[in-house]
Each structure stands twice: as structure tokens, then as C-alpha cells.
Design a protein around this ligand. Structure first.
Ligand SMILES: CC(C)(COP(=O)(O)OP(=O)(O)OC[C@H]1O[C@@H](n2cnc3c(N)ncnc32)[C@H](O)[C@@H]1OP(=O)(O)O)[C@@H](O)C(=O)NCCC(=O)NCCS
Length: 164
């Protein structure tokens, strides 16, 4: 592992598509998610095809060693907000600024898209394994104090009207 800073962040397009999928597959496996590769690749395609989303890789010697995905949504309170959905740096390349470069690039993209903030949802597992709140606080993110909840039954068939 070299100690030089990671040189470049590039938008994901055909050239870096497979590298981005490889990194996302590793990320999900390492975090214990069983999401199959074809679903990861399919959802990445949806992100790439959507003007309100963005994906980039960090490059070293032309090889993708880190990846970030960003989506945007509209709110009455905030206008447009961006959310970092995925961020992963190859363990061999951590601690050399790739994560910071990717997040800063995501902030720049979000600003250009007219977003008024960038947020991140941290899981207890991510906090326990990687102290992610410390990482994001170093990058000037602040805790919101909000709790995120989700109705996930849409993919499992949805709740019956009578149950609501
Ligand atoms: C979190 C992660 C992306 C950081 O990537 P990285 O390339 O090692 O981070 P950087 O080298 O850019 O570090 C940026 C700053 O954060 C600090 N930092 C990095 N990881 C940190 C951690 N886990 N806890 C606290 N601080 C951390 C660095 O010391 C550095 O601080 P400084 O520049 O002010 O000295 C990487 O560890 C990773 O991929 N983890 C597993 C996947 C994951 O949990 N992703 C987040 C999903 S939301």
C-alpha cells in the first residue's frame, strides 16, 4: 500500500461500471447483507439512469478503489436534499483521503444540483464497526437527532387495506 493521497474522483460511466459494482458487492458482503450481485448491478443502473442521482469512484492508477452513491429528494422544509446512500473504500486504500474526496465530490455535485443539504443515515452496525459518526463529523456533518423509520412491506407485497 502506498502512502500517497488518492489522486482522482470520476463519475461512473461504462469504463468504471464494473469496478463500481465489484466494490458495492464487497461492501454489502463485508457488512453482512445478502443482496445478490445482479440486484446491486440493477439498482446501480437505475441510479445511473436517474438525473436526480449520482455515482462516482475514487481512482488509483486507473482502478476504482472507492465508490459513492447519492440520491436526491424534495421536502417542503428543505427544498432539495441529497442523501449519501453508499460509501465504500477498499480496505487496502483506507486512511489516505479517498473517503473524504468522495464525500467532498458528492457535496460539490449536490450543490450544483441545487441541494440545500447532504445527509447520511447511520446504522448501529456501521457505528459499532466503523465509528462512522466520527468519520462524518470530521467532514463537518452534524447529528440531526431524527429517527428514520421505513415501511418496507412494499417489496414484500404490501399491507392489506383493512390492516391500516
Ligand atoms: C468510512 C470509510 C469510507 C472512510 O474511508 P477512508 O478513505 O479511510 O477515509 P479518509 O482517509 O478520507 O478519512 C477522512 C478523515 O476521517 C477520518 N476517519 C476515517 N475513518 C474514520 C473512522 N472510521 N472513524 C473516525 N475517523 C475516521 C480520517 O482520520 C480522516 O481524518 P483527517 O483527514 O481529518 O485526519 C471507510 O472506512 C469504509 O469504506 N468503511 C466501510 C464501509 C462503510 O462503513 N461505509 C459508510 C457507509 S455510510
Amino acid at each position: 500500500m502506498s502512502s500517497q493521497r488518492v489522486a482522482q474522483v470520476a463519475d461512473v460511466y461504462n469504463l468504471y461500471h464494473d469496478g463500481a459494482v465489484d466494490l458495492l458487492v464487497r461492501f454489502f458482503r463485508e457488512e453482512g447483507f445478502s443482496t445478490p450481485r445482479d440486484m446491486i448491478a440493477r439498482n446501480l443502473q437505475l441510479i445511473l439512469a436517474d438525473q436526480g442521482c449520482w455515482t462516482a469512484v475514487a481512482l488509483e492508477h486507473g482502478k476504482a478503489i472507492g465508490v459513492i452513491t447519492v440520491t436526491t429528494m424534495l421536502y417542503v422544509e428543505w427544498g432539495r436534499l441529497a442523501e449519501i446512500g453508499d460509501l465504500y473504500v477498499d480496505p487496502m486504500h483506507r486512511g489516505r483521503g479517498a473517503g473524504r474526496r468522495l464525500v467532498n465530490a458528492a457535496i460539490d455535485w449536490s450543490r450544483q444540483r441545487g441541494c440545500n443539504g447532504v445527509y447520511i443515515t447511520l446504522t448501529p452496525e456501521g457505528e459499532a464497526r466503523h465509528r462512522l459518526s466520527h468519520f462524518y463529523q470530521r467532514l463537518k456533518f452534524e447529528p440531526t437527532g431524527r429517527t428514520t423509520m421505513m415501511f418496507a412491506d412494499l417489496v414484500r407485497g404490501g399491507a392489506d387495506e383493512t390492516e391500516r
